[in-house]
Ligand binder design. Structure first.
Ligand code: PLP
Length: 397
């Protein structure tokens, strides 16, 4: 099946009795009852399929994991309570039997930088940041740091850089490192990291996959080698996603390809309008032919699907001008998150990258004049009109 059909059919109608519901219900039970201790023993031992305790497995979450695994063409997956929990699980599993050293992209979501520097480094994991779009720089960082893991985002947050996942996977493989790819911005409609040699693909389900601004969740999709260690770790530390969130996410996934196609189309129109606006200093968009990673994007992404995130700098703007501009938005939602049906704007310096030191942010290229727009499924004309009236107001740039 193609991704559009998998998104609708995979996972459902597997876990019913004689009357099979067409969509997977919300299974709220924390434990499961069997007629005999013998049978429960077999389920506990994995000799018979079944569920015994919701920290290990839950039918609603298992259905979600099945569809996400299919979308990414992985071996199996683990749904977690947030994207950060999923990323943490992927990194711990990746490092379990490898050197405690990570080479990470120098362009990453702010909380991911905190996870590396404030959570993992103090436990003895060494972390080194490098521009992963520069393969020579990556090769020498890997030769020096001899990492157990390389961590990248398929489209980086918020400056939208795109590394060559297949070539980075080759560098990882030669060094005996695992490649972990945060695929939240690109989604499996644009790129499936495991097909390109990555060992783990991670999503914040909160974003495009669930898509409606009403779920917090994350998922790790992995290969046959890492699947059992990942599940075993999860059984012990318990980062599981609840059944209600799993249900909502599955419901969202059925329209994910449709939504994403529409969002990508809208983003092309909005980015091209922004690039001609006199109050805009610079537009960052993966569909821009002069994007620094245009060759990788052409090679790795399907034609005409470039993602639906746009970042842009307002000419001469600082915090006050940005606040004024964003306060004037009437339809685009001022909020932290992305990937929802509604367009949303965020100020990275204040939210996604707030906890990073100004010097580190400067090195990452995140300026005080930068805003990030997640383009929704509204009419593109309305998004443009809203931006236009917000630019036209007093004090915008
Ligand atoms: C690229 C990326 N990865 C991971 C996350 C974390 O996801 P969550 O908020 O679901 O923990 C985010 C959140 O914004 C993100 O932008």
């Amino acid at each position: 099946m193609k991704i559009q059909s998998k998104a609708i059919h995979t996972g459902d109608r597997k876990r019913g009795g004689p009357h099979v519901p067409i969509t997977t219900p919300i299974h709220t039970a924390s434990s499961y009852f069997y007629e005999s201790m013998e049978q429960l023993d077999r389920v506990f031992g994995g000799e018979e399929q079944g569920y015994c305790y919701a920290r290990y497995d839950n039918p609603s979450t298992a259905a979600l994991e099945e569809v996400v695994t299919a979308l990414e063409n992985g071996h199996g997956s683990l749904a977690c309570g947030s994207g950060m929990a999923a990323l943490h699980m992927a990194l711990i599993t990746a490092l379990a039997d490898r050197r405690k050293s990570i080479v990470a992209a120098d362009a990453l979501y702010g909380a991911t930088v905190s996870l590396l520097m404030n959570v993992l480094e103090p436990t003895g994991v060494s972390v080194r940041f490098v521009d992963v779009c520069d393969l020579e720089a990556l090769r020498s960082a890997v030769a020096e740091a001899r990492p157990g893991c390389i961590l990248i985002e398929s489209i980086s947050n918020p400056l939208l850089r795109v590394g060559q996942i297949d070539r980075i996977a080759e560098i990882a493989r030669q060094a005996g490192a695992a490649l972990v790819v945060d695929n939240t911005f690109a989604t499996p409609l644009l790129v499936r990291p495991l097909e390109l040699g990555a060992h783990f693909s991670v999503h914040s389900l909160t974003k495009y996959l669930a898509g409606h601004g009403d779920v917090m969740g994350g998922v790790v999709i992995t290969d046959a080698e890492h699947f059992e260690p990942l599940r075993a770790l999860a059984r012990t530390v318990g980062p599981v996603l609840g059944p209600f969130e799993s249900y909502l996410t599955m419901r969202g996934i059925k329209t994910f390809p449709l939504r994403m196609e529409r969002q990508c189309g809208n983003a092309c129109r909005v980015a091209s309008w922004l690039s001609t606006h006199t109050k805009v200093e610079r537009v960052y968009f993966t569909g821009d032919p002069s994007h620094p990673d245009a060759a990788a994007i052409r090679r790795l992404f399907p034609a005409n699907l470039y993602g639906a995130m746009i970042s842009f700098e307002l000419k001469g703007a600082g915090r006050d001008e940005i606040f004024g501009f964003m306060d004037r938005l009437r339809m685009i939602v001022r909020a932290t998150s992305l990937g929802d049906v509604h367009s949303m704007m965020l100020y990275p310096v204040m939210s996604s990258h707030r906890d990073i030191s100004p010097r580190h942010r400067e090195r990452m290229g995140i300026r005080d004049s930068l805003v990030r727009l997640s383009v929704g499924i509204e009419a593109a004309e309305d998004i443009i009109e809203d931006l236009d009236q917000a630019f036209a107001g007093r004090g915008a740039g």
